[in-house]
Design a protein around this ligand. Structure first.
Ligand SMILES: [Zn+2]
Length: 282
């Protein structure tokens, strides 16, 4: 699932590639993905793209008079294609054709169809719920601002980090990475973190996300790959030795993903209950 670093690199690449381009066609292959009715998406035709941007996990494309806001969710992929095939691939859900014959295409790798597109006026953009409800961007956020953003209401740290309303753009992967880098326990209550913890969290987020953006810029410009090739220290490394202390990394398994942490550096020796482990012990 693309998170802040990948989407930031994509937005920068799209901004360079699309700025100044004129929109020649708009096609919703999966009409249900277009969640706005007024103004009609066809009003984009003839308009010039002025900017592409990211906020949280949302990608925006501004034109002279309107904005397109795209939420990729977990399986959406967005990129520029120069395919001239008469028929779009089956996973294409929304195309913006450009005057130079390329297209900005939203695809979805899952049949669950959760990716969404909104076409908004500047006024509607200002009050668009998914944008308006987002918490602050995490990069460069000061320790006190982290505390103000995510400590209340009380939650486990790993849950709070992934809640876009508290802080924007962080998902499962970078939540694991930031907690590992900050040496913080995933199940710690956000109301129990002290000043020193907030300092560690802010610093770790800047380092982890900053490095991830640099790496993402090397491999992502105008298209998101189907599979992510991320360099991670904890996420996806259950059972591997911790890069800091060599203790084997532990996990907590959920239905569709797992949280990975170091039981030495992060939880002071505590190993959390894991449903996969208990199944074996039964
Ligand atoms: Zn460790």
């Amino acid at each position: 699932m693309p998170e802040l670093p990948e989407l930031q690199a994509l937005a920068e690449g799209l901004n360079t590639a699309l700025s100044g381009q004129k929109i020649s066609t708009v096609r919703a292959h999966l009409p249900g993905a277009l969640k706005s009715a007024d103004p009609p998406a066809q009003e984009l035709v003839g308009q010039k793209i002025t900017k592409a941007w990211r906020r949280g996990k949302l990608i925006g494309i501004d034109t002279d008079h309107l904005s397109i806001v795209i939420h990729l969710m977990s399986a959406g992929r967005l990129g520029i294609t120069d395919s001239q095939a008469a028929r779009p691939p089956r996973n294409a859900i929304f195309d913006v054709g450009l005057a130079d014959d390329r297209r900005l295409r939203l695809r979805e790798l899952s049949s669950k169809h959760r990716a969404t597109v909104h076409v908004l006026t500047p006024e509607a953009l200002g009050t668009h719920g998914p944008l308006a409800r987002l918490g602050p961007e995490p990069l460069g956020l000061a320790p006190e601002a982290w505390k103000a953003a995510i400590s209340e209401p009380q939650a486990r740290l790993h849950t709070a980090l992934r809640a876009g309303r508290r802080v924007a753009g962080i998902g499962r992967c970078y939540a694991d990475e930031i907690m590992w880098a900050a040496k913080l326990a995933p199940f710690t209550s956000t109301t129990r973190l002290d000043d020193e913890h907030w300092v560690r969290l802010a610093k770790a987020a800047d380092i982890v996300l900053g490095q991830a953006i640099d790496r993402a810029r090397e491999r992502i410009s105008i298209d998101l790959p189907n599979k992510e090739a991320r360099v991670t220290a904890a996420h996806g490394h259950y059972g591997d030795p911790c890069l800091r202390c060599s203790t084997d990394l532990e996990r907590v398994s959920y239905v569709s993903y797992e949280l990975v942490y170091c039981p030495q550096c992060q939880t002071g020796g505590k190993v959390y209950a894991d449903r996969r482990r208990s199944r074996f012990l039964r």
